[in-house]
Design a protein around this ligand. Structure first.
Ligand code: SF4
Length: 328
């Protein structure tokens, strides 16, 4: 737990129970809170920790560049986790939330085929949009008058909205997975989200990359960012890795790696390589229609399935602890 992190059931640093509630015992802020002198804990952090108390795992899906298929991977992972087929440990469908943190380029509503839906306010907060009973999403895309409207906001307004998403969206009492589709890069939004979720157990990042060297330069920056932000990296997946000819079966590397691609980068940096997702017309079609690739019979289906299984296995508390050691 970092110095400014708080237990999920924190009563609030400004409440009468601050420093005295059951949750306060063992909290590093207890003395200051009991004395009414805790000025180190952001009240938003407390509200966010309480709001997300029922979230079992948080997965940041990140990439340092746009156009590498990050949002499609995030959406397909959400479908895969929600279907339950990617998880060996449980025999039920999982509760999944997908938060679209790409404020200026929201694509999750389209990728889940819920672009025409709207967000509703209730007494318990903003209600996310449900794709089905156990898969919900939140995005600024639901709030725009038209899907062609551009969001041209400065940093403070974007980070304010993201904090509001974390604080005010009512995901229900329990979520197996909260997947956060991050905007490309390592800017204000990344700092806001990683800081706001610091101290929440079972949080890690998946990096999506394409194999050409110019993309890998940026992936190395993303690895460094996660290390500095204290976010364990569950691994890197290589997207658009190759194309398989549907007639003769020949595999062609469209973005031919000149320095060994993602696997070599993983070997050098000590981050896990989580496999390759091919350029597959079926995946593009599924993304365009907002459907799960698991319903298609194609190479991308197997790749997404394996990726979801790898991530599911890696998210045991013990494994996340070992990732923290590896990435520090
Ligand atoms: S000691 Fe302060 S920060 Fe810690 S749980 Fe109690 S009120 Fe929250």
């Amino acid at each position: 737990m970092t110095e400014t992190s708080v237990p999920v059931s924190c009563p609030g640093t400004e409440s009468e129970q601050a420093g005295r509630a059951a949750a306060c015992y063992g909290c590093p802020n207890q003395t200051a809170c009991a004395a009414g002198k805790n000025t180190t804990v952001d009240p938003d952090r407390v509200a966010i920790a309480n709001r997300l108390a029922g979230v079992q795992r948080v997965l940041f899906v990140v990439a340092n560049k746009g156009g590498c298929g990050k949002s499609s991977v995030a959406a397909q992972l959400a479908f895969a986790f929600a279907s339950g087929v990617a998880c060996e440990a449980v025999d039920r469908e999982l509760e999944v939330g997908l938060l679209d943190a790409d404020v200026t380029g929201p694509s999750i509503p389209h990728l889940l085929s819920i672009a025409e839906e709207e967000v509703h306010q209730s007494a318990t907060g903003w209600q996310p949009v449900y794709v089905r009973g156990n898969l919900a999403a939140m995005s600024i895309g639901f709030m725009l008058p038209s899907k062609d409207d551009a969001v041209a906001w400065r940093g403070a307004r974007k980070t304010g909205l993201l904090k509001q998403f974390l604080r005010d969206v009512d995901w229900g009492d329990y979520l197996d997975w909260l997947i956060i589709d991050m905007p490309p890069g390592t800017s204000d939004e990344h700092i806001t989200l990683t800081q706001a979720l610091a101290g929440i157990a079972n949080t890690a990042a998946l990096i999506v990359a394409t194999p050409q060297e110019v993309a890998l330069l940026d992936v190395r920056k993303q690895v460094r960012f996660c290390e500095r932000a204290g976010v364990p990296i569950v691994g890197i997946v290589e997207n658009m890795s190759y194309y398989t000819c549907r007639h003769c079966g020949h595999q062609e590397e469209i973005f031919t790696p000149t320095t060994g691609g993602v696997q070599a980068l993983c070997n050098d940096s000590g981050v896990r390589f989580l496999g390759r997702i091919p350029l597959d017309p079926a995946l593009m079609r599924a993304s365009d229609l907002g459907e799960a690739i698991l319903n298609y019979d194609c190479p991308a289906r197997d790749a997404i399935f394996e990726l979801a299984r790898h991530i599911g296995k890696a998210f045991s508390p013990k494994t996340i602890a070992s990732l923290e050691v590896e990435s520090s």
